[in-house]
Ligand binder design. Structure first.
Ligand SMILES: C[S@@+](CC[C@H](N)C(=O)[O-])C[C@H]1O[C@@H](n2cnc3c(N)ncnc32)[C@H](O)[C@@H]1O
Length: 279
């Protein structure tokens, strides 16, 4: 079996199971088995695979056919230019969350030694990027899930930020030991009636995607707690889902009438982040 045939077989099987982007998925899985870059793979299309390599590849393709997310199969996902360890205990970080990180970094640059909190840290990607991009910062990373905290701890070890990223298990902001300059949160915002029962998202922890009846249960709760955990002139940055930004902005305006509230769209024009800046 040569690389070209293996790719075609993988693609065909993925297409049979109606997996989106089957050609790309087939390629990513084969590259993982062969440990090749994209360019190397395409330069070696006529190279022979060993029976062991082909067998290993078939196993990965079959896992993907059963709706397991590619990131769980590979055990990693790239976020903000770095690889994070992920498995079925945490949400797979999404590219749209990079906007939240970018905005937080922009705001934090105004502080000499920014103190930040990442609420609902999951695999820790947001907190770790903040710590790496802001070398003088301290970041509290909280999650209610003990499993998520364990995955985040591994990522903190990988990036050697254990001294500046403090992992705390608890509900929203209750566990924070002090007020902070900036709170960022990508909390679950899926409406529970709309959560998919098939596809890769259905393999992710329910705790990470279920935001209650209207998707805003945890976000609402966090907004109510934020006043007591933000320092004067502090900022709150929240990632929200499609069509939720206005409701969150109205809620924040009601809770903090003196503060400035802003809705920030992502690259596809979806209102993705709601920010609150205290005076
Ligand atoms: C959408 S995931 C985001 C994970 C990660 N921050 C990211 O952006 O990839 C939401 C995370 O919030 C956590 N979570 C859900 N409810 C929570 C709560 N009440 N307090 C703290 N964390 C919570 C979940 O366990 C999950 O890890």
């Amino acid at each position: 079996m040569i690389v070209r045939q293996a790719l075609a077989n993988g693609r065909r099987l993925l297409e049979e199971y109606e997996i989106e982007d089957a050609p790309l998925e087939a390629e990513i899985l084969l590259r993982d088995v062969l440990k090749k870059t994209r360019v190397e793979l395409y330069l070696e299309l006529d190279h022979e695979l060993s029976p062991q390599q082909y067998y290993a590849y078939r196993i990965l393709v079959r896992r993907r056919c059963r709706d397991e997310p590619t990131a769980y199969i590979l055990g990693r996902r790239e976020f903000y230019g770095r690889d994070f360890l992920v498995d079925n205990r945490v949400l797979v970080p999404r590219p749209e969350t990079e906007l939240l990180v970018e905005k937080a970094i922009g705001l934090a640059r105004d502080y000499e030694t920014p103190l930040l909190a990442d609420v609902g840290t999951g695999c820790g990607a947001v907190a770790i990027i903040l710590a790496l991009e802001l070398p003088e910062s301290i970041v509290y990373a909280t999650d209610v899930s003990g499993d998520a905290i364990r995955v985040a701890r591994k990522n903190c070890q990988k990036y050697e930020v254990g001294l500046r990223v403090h992992l705390l298990r608890g509900d929203l902001l209750e566990i924070l030991p002090q007020s902070v300059d900036i709170i960022v949160a990508n909390l679950p915002y899926g409406c529970n009636a709309d959560l998919p029962s098939t596809g890769p998202v259905s393999a992710e922890p329910r705790l990470a995607i279920d935001g209650g009846v209207d998707g805003l249960e945890q976000i609402r709760q966090l907004c109510r707690q934020a006043g007591s955990k933000l320092r004067p002139h502090g900022h709150l940055l929240l990632e929200v889902g499609l069509g939720q930004a206005e409701a969150v902005a109205i809620l924040l305006h009601g809770l903090f009438p003196e503060a400035q509230t802003e809705i920030i769209p992502d690259l596809s024009g979806i209102d993705r982040v709601v920010s609150l800046s205290l005076f």
